[in-house]
Design a protein around this ligand. Structure first.
Ligand SMILES: [Zn+2]
Length: 158
């Protein structure tokens, strides 16, 4: 593997190899799920989704609870006990957490939404390279069933 014609492809320190989304830093500024759901012992119904509170934003919770019932999502189950599928549903379904933050981002001209967003933003693992720092083309290369990124992550350098 060290005799590849373009070894720079496998270096996140090189623009040729670095993931274009996080520029090789492995982290991006995004919505931090630990800030959105700080207490995973709570259920959605009990208010696990931190921003879905108050007179106005609490309506997101009410709407989610209503539509979740139709989809057999367990609104009374603690977040920690949800299956991966159910957890993904909470984020990705229509009216879920991702939709909520999309709406927040569309309202950033209002100061209260900017404050709200800053409260839940943090450095999160890059969604494109999964923290492997390398661009997709480099991650396609596999060594012993592992992509080159998993070596990069444990040794920090190649
Ligand atoms: Zn990345």
């Amino acid at each position: 593997m060290f005799e590849e014609p373009q070894p720079n492809l496998f270096s996140f320190n090189n623009p040729l190899g670095a993931c274009p989304t996080c520029e090789g830093f492995s982290l991006v500024l995004g919505i931090d799920s630990d800030l959105v759901i700080p207490d995973k012992r709570l259920s959605v119904y009990e208010g696990a989704v931190a921003p879905w509170k108050g007179e106005k934003l609490g309506k997101w919770k009410d709407a989610f609870v209503r539509s979740a019932a139709k989809d057999n999502f367990p609104v009374h189950k603690p977040i920690a006990d949800l299956t991966r599928e159910q957890y993904n549903y909470l984020w990705r379904t229509r009216g879920g957490i991702n939709d909520f933050f999309k709406e927040v981002e569309q309202n950033l001209y209002k100061v209260q939404y900017r404050v709200l967003l800053s409260r839940y933003r943090g450095r999160t693992t890059c969604p494109d390279c999964n923290g492997y720092r390398l661009r997709k083309e480099a991650l396609y290369v596999q060594v012993g069933g592992k992509n080159i990124g998993s070596f990069a992550r444990c040794r920090h350098v190649i």
